[in-house]
Design a protein around this ligand. Structure first.
Ligand code: PHE
Length: 358
């Protein structure tokens, strides 16, 4: 009995003083483990007389239960203490001001592209895309610009090494090759809008070796010049947000369209400042025309059955005019101050709802 009582107070004292989970585990092993003190006493029972064995066995079982429950409650206490100290350490100071959040902006080129896609999208155009590295045939020949054509010189082309079959690859000088790719792969009626990067070997304040264009193509049986005009007048007025914006079609020349027209919008340059939509001056914004029958035939489309129109414009130019961005080079400098100033919040595409004709 004494042994049991002594052990009880010895273990009870140790458990009370344990100050970590590790300590407690050591005490448990030393009492109840395979070689523990209580386990050893249990083993010794068999050496006792049956009478004594019964009484001692009962006492030992009680001791075992007492020690187990002391261990459990101490374990609980230690867990609570560690939780409380963590809570005390990790408390959140809700009075601190929030950290300033760095919110990015949509680049004016992306914004302008999205706006134009959404304007033509409302008219039923779907987006088409093509490669930046293009075969000479798609960039020039199929567009009615044969090898000796003077228009080739005007394009300041970046040529890439000739391929095995002597076919030269180029960095596309305009988005027009996607017209050809689409007419080859789709049956009319066709109504596509093609945004993308274009490349010309030219670099100064108003030219960048890489820039962006957006191209449109409509092919159907009865599409005529009136459709071209209506579509582009509406698109210009919607883009610049002016119902009465004067729009003029000026005869021009492109090898892939016949007749061709450059599109000007009314403006004033008075006092050296550009004001769109007022005054007596004109500003060119895009090129257009009825698709040259040769181009249709190059794509396997019967030009007696089908006709259509195409147009193309520079996205940087449209962005500069609409948003008053004076220098083309700043588009590509990734200057965060410039991006903050000229950039847009996400989903900031002007609503087209309620516009006449859309
Ligand atoms: N591809 C022409 C250019 O880059 C623009 C254009 C496209 C003109 C379609 C007419 C029709 O200047």
């Amino acid at each position: 009995m004494d042994t049991i009582n002594n052990l009880k107070s010895e273990l009870g004292g140790k458990i009370a003083n344990a100050d970590s989970m590790d300590d407690l585990e050591q005490i448990r092993i030393s009492a109840l483990g395979k070689k523990g003190q209580i386990t050893a006493l249990m083993k010794n029972l068999s050496a006792l007389d049956p009478e004594k064995r019964k009484a001692a066995g009962k006492e030992l079982n009680i001791l075992k239960q007492v020690i187990s429950s002391l261990l459990d409650s101490k374990k609980n206490d230690l867990e609570n203490i560690s939780l409380e100290s963590r809570l005390a350490e990790e408390n959140i100071d809700i009075t601190l001001p929030i950290r300033p959040e760095e919110i990015g902006t949509i680049h004016p080129i992306s914004q302008t592209t999205d706006e134009l896609i959404s304007i033509f999208g409302e008219m039923g155009f779907v987006v088409a895309e093509g490669p930046s590295i293009e075969e000479d045939w798609y960039n020039f020949t199929a567009l009615n610009i044969p090898v000796d054509h003077p228009a080739r010189q005007e394009h300041d082309t970046f040529y890439i090494n000739a391929k095995k079959d002597d076919q030269r690859m180029v960095l596309r000088t305009h988005t027009s090759p996607v017209q050809i790719r689409t007419m080859q792969s789709q049956k009319p009626p066709i109504r596509i809008i093609v945004p993308g990067r274009t490349y010309r070997c030219d670099h100064d304040a108003t030219h960048s070796p890489m820039f962006h264009q957006i191209e449109g193509l409509v092919i159907d049986k009865t599409t005529h010049m009136g459709h071209l005009k209506g579509c582009l007048i509406e698109a210009c007025r919607t883009f610049f947000g002016m119902d009465e914006l004067p729009v003029r079609f000026r005869p021009s020349y492109f090898p892939f369209t016949e007749p061709s027209a450059e599109v000007d919008i009314g403006c004033s340059f008075k006092g050296g400042t550009l004001k769109i939509g007022e005054g007596q001056d004109w500003l060119e914004v895009l090129g257009s025309g009825m698709v040259n029958p040769n181009v249709l035939e190059n794509c396997g489309i019967d030009s007696n059955e089908y006709q259509g129109f195409a147009f193309g414009m520079g996205i940087e130019r449209m962005a500069m005019l609409k948003y008053g961005i004076p220098d083309l080079r700043t588009f590509y400098e990734s200057d965060l101050r410039w991006l903050k100033h000229y950039g847009f919040q996400p989903l900031d595409i002007p609503s087209l709802v309620g516009r006449a004709g859309l």
